[in-house]
Design a binder for this molecule. Structure first.
Ligand code: AMP
Ligand code: ZN
Length: 507
């Protein structure tokens, strides 16, 4: 990598390839154009992605965003960057409706479940990591939590107050948006007019203490019944939702870093406010490139917990959902996600999943066929050109659907050679193996089925069946059979727990 952040041609030798690397172009939400990527301090690269709010199981929409950034992370690593990838865990400060008033999502769940908020955080953080591992997404370099960075959030808040861009009122600290907007472009990410925003924002109940209606909270006074609260110079309270990302990105990546990402739904408020906070704090916009992933939809509507149209990954793996015809392996789902570019919406349907599963199986079958090919002295195919196309696709804003189209060209070449309708030299066969290794396994993060959590998925299915049989026995008052099932499961190290909410099992 050159000092200016571009990738030199010698890099290709590292890749044991003989093509010239194209430049990497990334669509930057800030400029609304594709820009040539230049790292601030190559080969080091800092990337921050807003992580999940851990108050319930992640749904497939969330997974789409994290898988998209996983592919981006993997490609940057492949290009030779030494990436520090920070993805936070939001475990405090995210209120219902993404607002400044109301209940904390985690506290609400804790009260309902009669658990400590940190038990909720632990449960869903572990669940999130398990699902991410099943999808073969790489863990980030640092996974900081909002509750672990209360001091840092307070320090930034203090500085913004002393810089005259925030004010305290009755124990709550607000960011003064209109004052900030006098000398800065508050809406740089969305290009919306401030007047328009003001017109569309109505005064909300309980927020009369704000000077301006666009002002948002950096620190919020805790009501006595609020569970997660900390002492501060402004009294007992908790941080606002946006300040955690300013605090954690600055702490681990510095005041200016390369890439900031998240779902498109975070662009207008969360990220707009994050940029404003950073500029108000240190005079610098945090990231050079802002990347936003588009939404996973169901019948054209955003998949979300609140709309009640979300699918959980486990439901998809087991097929245990009324709208699913069957289960799909994590790798087939991952492939499904990659068939669409990360900036386009992706609609979720049985048919699309089935098509993706078939295509994924073809890609994997073809790899097996590749291992059986016999080399010829001459070649009738242009494999180096195909490799170049793969790089071109990824260098064009990580265009995975175009990459997949090129990989299907590779399948065609492999099958033709196997059927003796075409010839490949040993160098071609080696290069095709490299293409698989680099693009299919390293960058797309696909694994051969036998390496996946297929066994886990199968166990889920079997357990569903066994517990249904036990349930049936109970309904028929055949308690001998239902107890027998339970005891035999215990002997097999599977604990079954009956509660008023239903039956659960664990290993
Ligand atoms: P949350 O847990 O609600 O804070 O969301 C975690 C991440 O998932 C954020 O980056 C959201 O933008 C993203 N997200 C939420 N819903 C969807 C969806 N339907 N499709 C894609 N990404 C989503
Ligand atoms: Zn964030």
């Amino acid at each position: 990598m050159k000092k200016d952040g571009t990738i030199p041609s010698f890099f290709l030798l590292n890749l044991e390839s003989n093509i010239f690397m194209e430049k990497l172009f990334i669509y930057n939400t800030l400029s609304r154009t594709k820009e040539e990527f230049k790292a601030i301090n190559a080969p080091f690269l800092g990337m921050y992605v807003c992580g999940p709010t851990v108050y319930s199981d992640v749904h497939l929409g969330n997974c789409r965003t994290f898988m998209s950034f996983d592919i981006i992370y993997r490609y940057l690593l492949h290009l030779g960057y030494k990436v520090r990838y920070v993805r936070n865990i939001t475990d405090a400060g995210h209120l219902e409706g993404d607002a400044d008033v109301g209940e904390d999502k985690i506290s609400k769940k804790a009260k309902l479940a009669q658990l400590e908020p940190m038990e909720i955080v632990q449960k869903y953080t572990v669940g999130f990591r398990d699902i991410m591992a099943m999808f073969n997404t790489l863990p980030p370099s640092i996974e900081p939590t909002a509750t672990g960075h209360i001091i840092e959030q307070q320090e930034i808040t203090k500085k913004i107050i002393s810089n005259g861009l925030a004010y305290e009122h009755n124990g709550t600290v607000y960011f003064d948006v209109e004052k900030f907007a006098k000398t800065n472009n508050y809406t740089a990410l969305t290009n919306r007019k401030l007047e328009e925003l003001l017109e569309n924002t109505r005064e909300l109940d309980g927020q009369e203490e704000k000077k301006g209606r666009l002002d948002f909270a950096l620190w919020i006074k805790a009501k006595p019944e609020h569970l997660m609260k900390w002492p501060s110079p402004w009294g007992v309270g908790f941080p606002g939702w946006h300040i955690e990302c300013s605090a954690m990105s600055t702490k681990y990546l510095g005041e200016q870093f390369d890439i900031h990402g998240g779902g498109m739904d975070l662009q207008a408020t969360h990220h707009t406010n994050e940029i404003a906070q950073n500029i108000a704090y240190c005079g610098k916009s945090p990231a050079n490139y802002w990347l936003h992933t588009n939404m996973l939809t169901v019948n054209g509507q955003k998949m979300s917990k609140s709309l009640g149209n979300s699918f959980l990954p486990m439901e998809l793996f087991t097929g245990n959902h009324p709208l699913l015809k069957k289960g799909f392996s994590p790798m087939a789902v991952r492939f499904f996600m990659m068939q669409t570019h990360y900036r386009s919406t992706l609609d979720f349907s049985n048919d699309a999943l089935e098509a993706a599963e078939k295509a994924y199986n073809r890609l994997m079958e073809s790899y097996k066929t590749l291992q059986l090919l016999k080399a010829s002295v001459t070649s009738s195919e242009n494999v180096p050109a195909l490799e170049r196309e793969c790089y071109n696709a990824m260098n064009d804003d990580f265009n995975t659907p175009v990459l997949i189209a090129s990989l299907f060209d590779a399948i065609r070449m492999i099958n033709s050679a196997y059927d003796k309708k075409a010839t490949l030299t040993q160098a071609d066969i080696d290069l095709l193996n490299n293409i698989y290794q680099h693009f299919v396994f390293d960058i797309m993060g696909l694994k051969k089925e036998e390496e996946t959590g297929k066994a886990n998925v199968a166990l889920e299915g079997v357990m569903k069946l066994v517990l249904e049989l036990r349930d049936k026995a109970k309904v028929n008052k055949d308690f001998a059979t239902s107890d027998d099932i339970r005891n035999k499961l215990t002997a097999a190290h599977i604990q079954v727990k009956d509660s008023k909410d239903g039956v659960t099992w664990s290993i």
